[in-house]
Design a protein around this ligand. Structure first.
Ligand SMILES: Nc1ncnc2c1ncn2[C@@H]1O[C@H](COP(=O)(O)OP(=O)(O)OP(=O)(O)O)[C@@H](O)[C@H]1O
Length: 275
């Protein structure tokens, strides 16, 4: 379980990015983190894995306070935090399998990683995970030969190869089309349930967050202004999180995305019928 307690971050510039942010995430629960630009979403994710140093507060991952850890212990703790990124962060010239195995780099000796001789158990696990994310047929392909959705599946498998106790996911669908975005969200949520993994997803797309996550945390100017089930995200709450003008603009944008997707699907159906 993850427990964030009174987390506060003030940058050296004086920007107060987070103020007394507190919440717990149980095993298997997927939390969607929403809020306008500058609300503190990235800062929160980065404070949890200490890519950004919190000013005060606690981050307990299965009872270990990550904020208190020294360099060596922090490195070991970070192995247990799987990260999934918007731009996938794959090594393009390496194969799918090699990218997934890179999730073990924190565990294997320097020599093994240098020679890329991974233990058999790691390789077997990578095969299992690639099967789970639907990439069995692409194991030996180079990452740069994959589609965006396939790349993100590699990113998911790589994070799982780490044996994580927590997933931190930054805008996983921002570079994907609406249909692929839904497939990726569904996959993430299913895997979190299967492996009882807590996850926090920084996500701009409110509709997608509502559709797939178990719980939404809304940040506004560094404070939690909503924490509850997706069904609790009423127009009033969304207006409170985003401000009236921005929420109206976002809603319009979502409607346009959906209309464009429906149009593209209708066009594809028409083309297939014409074959
Ligand atoms: N390295 C930094 N130095 C100083 N201030 C920063 C730094 N990073 C972020 N901030 C400030 O902290 C606040 C929160 O920023 P953050 O990037 O966490 O927001 P966000 O919700 O992730 O925004 P976005 O959705 O645009 O990525 C903002 O006021 C921002 O200007």
């Amino acid at each position: 379980m993850l427990s964030v307690q009174k987390l506060t971050k003030t940058y050296k510039t004086g920007d107060k990015a987070l103020t007394d942010v507190s919440f717990d995430v149980a095993k298997g629960q997927v939390v969607g983190l929403i809020g306008p630009s500058g609300a503190g979403k990235s800062t929160l994710i980065r404070c949890i894995n200490r890519l950004v140093e919190p000013s005060s507060g606690k981050v307990l991952l299965n009872d270990t306070d990550l904020v208190k850890l020294g360099t060596g212990d922090l490195r070991r703790a970070r192995r247990r935090i799987g990260m999934i990124f918007q731009e996938y962060a794959l090594v393009e010239r390496l194969t799918v399998m090699e990218n997934v195995l890179s999730g073990r780099l924190g565990y294997v000796s320097f020599w093994r990683s240098f020679t890329r001789k991974f233990p058999g158990a790691d390789i077997a696990k990578a095969y299992r995970l690639l099967d789970r994310v639907g990439l069995s047929a692409h194991v030996d392909k180079r990452a740069d030969a994959l589609s965006g959705g396939q790349r993100q599946r590699v990113g998911i498998a790589r994070a799982l190869e780490q044996d994580p106790e927590l997933l931190l996911i930054d805008e996983p669908t921002a570079s994907l089309d609406p249909k692929t975005s839904r497939q990726i969200m569904r996959l993430i949520v299913e895997i979190c349930r299967e492996q009882e993994l807590p996850a926090i997803i920084n996500i701009h797309d409110v509709v997608l967050a509502q559709q797939f996550t178990d719980r939404i945390i809304g940040l506004q100017a560094g404070k939690v202004v909503f924490d509850g089930p997706p069904s609790g995200l009423t127009e009033d709450v969304l207006t409170q999180i985003y401000g009236a003008e921005d929420w109206t603009a976002m809603r319009k944008g979502n409607a346009e995305d959906e209309a464009a997707q429906a149009e593209a699907e209708a066009e594809a159906t028409k083309m297939l019928r014409a074959l």
